[in-house]
Design a protein around this ligand. Structure first.
Ligand code: AHG
Ligand code: MN
Ligand code: MN
Length: 355
């Protein structure tokens, strides 16, 4: 009955052959899959597992840590520390990058991750996920912070796990985006979604609409037009979704199209956005772009950004190609003065949004 099923390991051996770096990358992704199985087991226990609720601690961004944030972080750190393939790691839940003790000097990679994404959903039993990004480590020396601060276009691999009704792992090594479903009884990830393609057009958008009054005019314009529906410029009706877990949102978009937005806003002008470039925006953009979608800040391609710091935030507009391009056009129209509409008094000071 299980004949002909492609396991993650078999798939990776096929996709990553040819060089020692490629086979090490395959081994690393298998290690990450094992970690994801462990986190999946923890999250699925719910109230029975003593894993819910918050701790007294906060992370570097001042967010209260959930028990599962910390447990998932430890699971990833143990995986990378013991696997011998990673020279250093950076995490949402760790202030500064950590060097991994070189056991045999062969750690070729840097691992950057959000161990548990959407953690406000944990206590209410709604989907959460994990996100990871893999960069090349420097050759023959210990990594410095600058070695992590590479544009997303240099990622060797990226992916996420979603702990939903089924646990899935969606990955790319730069050769398309592929989805695997965890067969819990057997303990294997099975290739169930080869060559995922994000439809170029969509009638579905995802944004936290409670921030509407803080958005910039181009985002206000886009959402207003979607909401105006079939009798307005878009000539069709749109649906809106908001799960408050980027992983779950992006997963839906990979499965059936859509556009996800966490744009720059004026809620806290000191922050460039809500989401973090290195362990949320970059890996999720690589996954989406390898599936034919696009990732943008509204003004530039996410994967081209040269990071300044590990925990840097960035505006994110991600998903179906034609919608992302439309939103980029609305930003250009606004910045060039071509579009005078949607200019609320809040946004008169253009300089607040310079760059
Ligand atoms: P995390 O749980 O890792 O801190 O990330 C949560 C992020 C992201 O997944 C989600 O899209 C967004 O925060 C939700 O923000 P709101 O609470 O503003 O909706
Ligand atoms: Mn997150
Ligand atoms: Mn997180």
């Amino acid at each position: 009955m299980h004949q002909g099923r492609t396991t993650l390991s078999k798939f990776l051996i096929q996709q990553l052959k040819g060089s020692p770096e490629q086979s090490d990358l395959a081994a690393l992704l298998v290690d990450i899959a094992a970690c994801i199985k462990a986190i999946s087991a923890m999250t699925s226990k719910g109230m029975l597992g003593d894993v819910l609720g918050s701790l007294d601690s906060t992370n570097v961004q001042g967010e209260t840590q959930k028990k599962l944030d910390v447990l998932s972080n430890v699971a990833f750190i143990n995986t990378f520390s013991m696997g011998g393939l990673v020279a250093g790691l950076a995490s949402e839940e760790v202030d500064d990058p950590q060097e991994i003790d070189p056991q045999d000097g062969s750690g070729r990679f840097l691992a950057i991750f959000d161990p548990l994404d959407g953690s406000s959903n944990i206590d209410v039993n709604v989907s959460v996920g994990s996100i990871f990004s893999i960069l090349r480590a420097p050759d023959g020396r210990a990594p410095t912070v600058d070695d992590y601060l590479r544009p997303g276009s240099e990622q060797l691999a990226a992916g996420y796990a979603i702990y939903g009704p089924a646990t899935m792992m969606v990955i790319t090594v730069g050769k398309g985006t592929h989805g695997f479903t965890l067969d819990r009884e057997v303990g294997n990830f099975i290739l169930t979604h080869p060559h995922i393609e994000v439809p170029a057009d969509t009638s579905e958008f995802a944004i936290n609409a409670s921030n509407e009054r803080f958005w910039e005019p181009p985002i206000q314009r886009y959402v207003a037009e979607c909401k105006a529906g079939k009798n307005d410029v878009r000539a069709r009706d749109f649906n809106m979704r908001w799960i408050a877990s980027m992983v779950a949102e992006v997963h839906r978009i990979l499965m059936r199209g859509g556009v996800f937005m966490y744009p720059r806003d004026m809620k806290d002008p000191s922050k460039a956005g809500r989401l973090r470039l290195m362990y949320e925006a970059n890996p999720m953009t690589m996954v989406v772009e390898q599936a034919g979608g696009l990732g943008s800040t509204g003004r530039s391609r996410i994967l081209d950004i040269s990071p300044d710091e590990i925990h840097q935030r960035v505006p994110v507009i991600l998903g179906s190609r034609n919608e992302v391009e439309r939103i980029e056009r609305y930003h250009r129209d606004y910045d060039s003065g071509a579009d005078q509409r949607y200019t609320s008094p809040l946004f008169q000071e253009r300089s607040l949004f310079a760059n």
